[in-house]
Design a protein around this ligand. Structure first.
Ligand code: FAD
Length: 345
């Protein structure tokens, strides 16, 4: 790999070697090998961009999975700042001229990718669920289209870099290299803030634990019919200590107000041991966010609903009735447990 260019650049933020990062690096390596094959063995190389404060150790870890780590380590990066991060990424893109830039489709990744694409005057495919190289060496980005179950191929034929955001859970993680890649120390930019001042960063749902780590996820769709039934689902979630997630229309209707809880291509991806879906049709836009779940239970009154087809346990029936019956049984159990508890000291 030449030192003055980088074929495929992957943004890893300050996350180090989290699974999503490793998946992107793994896929980038496959794409670089395909480009190399097309060019008679001239592999363009994979670089990871790491920004943060005192993250040298993370950079070393990361170098086991990338040909080069571009490290921007400065107190300026002790909290995430959209303008500052975008400045680093745009200037690295101008300096190393990557053909492809990949971002995780997390909140910061989506925001940054769009800003960087606009600054570089190039195209961006959002939420690509598949990536490939065509015979002309162009990046083919598969994106779920408006028609259900249909994937569209997006090309960025002229401008460079070709950019995509990629949700987690789609690719196999990178395997460690025999010899770690190099670490290139990059200069932090001037304290450019675009008028935005970040005063603090608070982790949402911190106390309730991370959605991605929940062993059981309850998810409701339009088939729950009204907000009263949605509140019953939330009660059930509280009893089972399970996060309550939703489909896009439920978020739009305002039953669920936390957009972080929407599952799917434009929302979160989860892989719990059990995914209980209530009144969800199973559009591809939704299922890409839950298809790695261990055991899927789906309740729908239409036996032809696609999600029933992919469920391990398909229940044909009224979703709200199932929620209320579970509530009745579980709150009864709770009461009887409480009733039989020995009196306190
Ligand atoms: C670009 C784009 C991105 C999108 N991103 C996302 C995304 O990230 N996440 C997402 O979820 N969606 C997303 N969507 C929307 C997606 O295409 C679907 O419209 C949505 O997932 C459908 O939600 P739903 O299953 O709740 O509703 P519907 O498709 O209306 O399905 C309701 C289901 O409930 C069943 N039902 C009805 N009554 C009952 C009852 N009494 N008991 C049991 N079942 C019942 C019906 O049979 C039906 O299967 C996106 C769309 C676009 C165009």
């Amino acid at each position: 790999m030449q030192t003055d260019v980088c074929g495929i650049m992957v943004y890893v933020g300050e996350t180090g070697t989290l699974r999503g990062t490793l998946e992107l690096l793994g896929e980038a390596r496959i794409l670089a090998a395909k480009l190399g094959d097309l060019r008679g063995g001239d592999d363009p190389g994979v670089g990871a961009v790491l920004c943060g404060c005192r993250v040298e150790e993370k950079a070393r870890e990361l170098s086991r999975f990338a040909d080069r780590v571009y490290l921007c380590d400065s107190p300026l990066f002790s909290v995430y700042h959209p303008g500052r991060y975008a400045t680093v990424l745009s200037s690295l893109a101008r300096k190393y001229r990557p053909e492809i830039m990949l971002f995780p489709a997390c909140r910061s990744g989506q925001e940054l990718a769009a800003t960087v694409a606009a600054r570089l005057g190039t195209g961006l495919a959002a939420h690509a669920v598949g990536l490939d190289i065509d015979p002309r060496g162009r990046l083919v980005q598969l994106v779920a289209t408006f028609g259900d179950g249909v994937l569209g191929e997006i090309l960025c034929p002229v401008n460079r870099p070709q950019m995509a955001t990629v949700p987690p859970g789609l690719f196999a993680p990178a395997t460690p290299r025999a010899v770690p890649g190099g670490i290139v120390h990059e200069q932090a930019p001037d304290d450019e803030c675009d008028g935005i001042v970040v005063t603090a960063v608070e982790e949402k749902n911190g106390a309730a634990g991370r959605l991605e780590d929940a062993p059981l996820v309850l998810a409701g769709g339009c088939g729950l019919r009204d907000e009263g039934n949605w509140r019953a689902l939330e009660e059930l979630g509280a009893l089972l200590h399970a996060p309550v997630c939703c489909t896009r229309p439920v978020l739009d209707a305002g039953w669920q107000r936390d957009e972080e809880r929407m599952i799917g291509i434009s929302g979160a991806a989860v892989a719990p041991a059990v995914y209980l879906a209530l009144g969800i049709s199973g559009s591809t836009h939704h299922t890409v966010g839950m298809e790695r779940s261990g055991y899927v239970i789906a309740v729908n009154n239409d036996p032809g609903a696609p999600l029933l087809g992919m469920a391990d346990l398909a229940v044909v029936g009224d979703a709200a009735a199932v929620v209320r019956e579970m509530l009745r049984i579980l709150s009864g159990e709770k009461e009887s447990r409480t009733g039989s508890d020995p009196p306190g000291p």
